[in-house]
Ligand binder design. Structure first.
Ligand SMILES: Nc1ncnc2c1ncn2[C@@H]1O[C@H](COP(=O)(O)OP(=O)(O)OP(=O)(O)O)[C@@H](O)[C@H]1O
Ligand SMILES: C[C@@](O)(CCOP(=O)(O)OP(=O)(O)O)CC(=O)O
Length: 417
């Protein structure tokens, strides 16, 4: 009889921090200098799908990312594999003739195939969704009994921000106090249904230069920025309390004020690093000033902005109506270049385009300047500065996919389909 192959497929979302993690107190365990809070993004639009397989016929751990074989020898992958293997339990599937004892997990090798439904390493937190999905899928494969918080502490060792992708909705990564990191884990503040008015539009900003990775950037910040110490000790602890209150009460004004201020302070801390790190570019700054002007004109925040370690803007609108008005403004200031069609310029939940009354390029050209800039000099329209927009919303946490046709590894060979 041919040797068995046991597979599990999972889907895990990415997340965007509204109170940022920046700086580690322990590099190898990935322990942060402050708590952080994030929103999980709808996996329909931004997610990782990962299939993991185990078989006595596999002779080494192997992984394919977006169809290309990559090495699993890096310390972070190794830490995650080791931690999950240590928690594996007995598993049996009589029908398929599979029987695995707890101690077998140490010697059995795994195959992993993963696919991101959005660009990898483009500043859209693929590492967060990717590492969370790897840990979640391996835990299911090995029949580990750990809950999502315990798994988050393992995903954390793959990439800090990954620990927050083990839950949907609003998530807090508690920095913890223990030297071994056992209490540095994620907890859910509210699920994705708690505040379902919110709409998120991501502007993927064209950028040529390769940015400093988060890992290197935050290491330099910890070593050189005095502002970071003030931020971690004085500013973030108070902001975390207020942000939790804003989320609990669905207080959008407070939420937006805190999220924007925290994003700006994170970038200020980058500028306070020696040598300084510039993640935002001129387009990012133009997006901020468009939102700031509009929020001031309305006398209360309509949209919150936040930027991670790159120039892309993540814009959170208070509801669908505001999101349509936001999209009109974004398309007015950042129209697609002449050769781009609307179908590939606005991705994700395209129904917001319809709400905005913008279905074709002619509608974009006909957009009037927004009222908040009317009395000023004619606004500049910056075609080609944004690669595309993704419309999405807060979403659910990891999910097991039982439909065999969605698996990325062939169930008879254990190799990518
Ligand atoms: N699906 C995945 N499974 C496992 N690892 C992944 C996956 N996707 C990405 N990664 C890992 O994350 C790395 C990319 O992380 P990186 O931090 O450079 O970019 P990013 O997460 O897309 O952007 P950013 O962190 O700036 O938001 C990849 O090189 C790979 O090692
Ligand atoms: C700006 C951030 O996105 C930084 C994310 O850093 P990573 O989690 O990618 O870094 P490592 O822990 O070194 O893998 C803010 C955040 O997500 O909180």
């Amino acid at each position: 009889m041919a040797e068995w192959i046991h597979t599990v497929t999972a889907r895990t979302p990415t997340n965007i921090a509204v109170i940022k993690y920046w700086g580690k107190r322990d590099e190898s365990l990935i322990l942060p200098v402050n708590d952080s809070i994030s929103v999980t993004l709808d996996p329909q639009h931004l997610c990782t799908t990962t299939t993991v397989a185990v078989s006595p016929s596999f002779d080494q751990d192997r992984m394919w990312l977006n169809g290309k074989e990559i090495s699993l020898s890096g310390g972070r992958y190794q830490n995650c594999l080791r931690e999950i293997r240590a928690r594996g339990e007995d598993f049996e599937n009589k029908e398929k003739g599979i029987k695995i004892a707890k101690q077998d997990w140490q010697k059995l090798r795994v195959h992993v195939a993963s696919y991101n439904n959005f660009p990898t390493a483009a500043g859209l937190a693929s590492s967060a969704a990717g590492l969370a999905c790897l840990v979640f899928a391996l835990a299911k494969l090995m029949n580990a009994k750990e809950d999502a918080s315990q798994l988050s502490a393992i995903a954390r060792q793959g990439s800090g921000s990954a620990c927050r992708s083990l839950y949907g909705g609003f998530v807090k990564w508690i920095m913890g106090k223990e030297v071994n990191g056992s209490d540095s884990l994620a907890v859910q503040l509210a699920d994705e249904n708690h505040w379902d008015d919110l709409v998120i539009i991501i502007a993927v900003v064209s950028s040529r230069q390769k940015e400093t990775s988060s890992t290197t950037g935050m290491r330099d910040t910890v070593e050189t920025s005095i502002l970071l110490q003030h931020r971690a000790r004085e500013v973030v602890p108070k902001r975390i309390v207020k942000m939790e209150e804003a989320i609990r009460n669905r207080n959008f004004s407070l939420f937006a004020q805190l999220a924007c201020a925290d994003s700006n302070q994170f970038h200020a801390v980058c500028l306070d690093t020696c040598p300084p790190i510039f993640y935002m570019n001129d387009t990012s700054h133009r997006i901020i000033s468009c939102i700031e002007k509009w929020n001031r004109f309305e006398e209360s925040p309509q949209v919150a902005y936040t930027f991670d370690a790159g120039p892309n803007a993540v814009l959170i609108a208070r509801n669908r109506k505001t999101a349509a008005l936001l999209l009109q403004r974004l398309l007015y200031f950042f129209p697609p270049s002449a050769d781009t069609d609307m179908g590939s310029y606005v991705l994700g939940d395209k129904s917001i385009l319809k709400d905005a009354g913008v279905e074709g390029i002619n509608d974009v050209q006909a957009l009037p300047p927004p009222p908040e800039i009317k009395d000023n000099v004619p606004a500049q329209r910056n075609g080609g500065e944004v690669s595309y927009f993704i419309c999405t919303r807060p979403g659910r946490g990891p999910l097991l996919l039982s439909d065999e046709s969605l698996a990325l590894l062939d169930h008879s060979t254990g190799l990518p389909k």
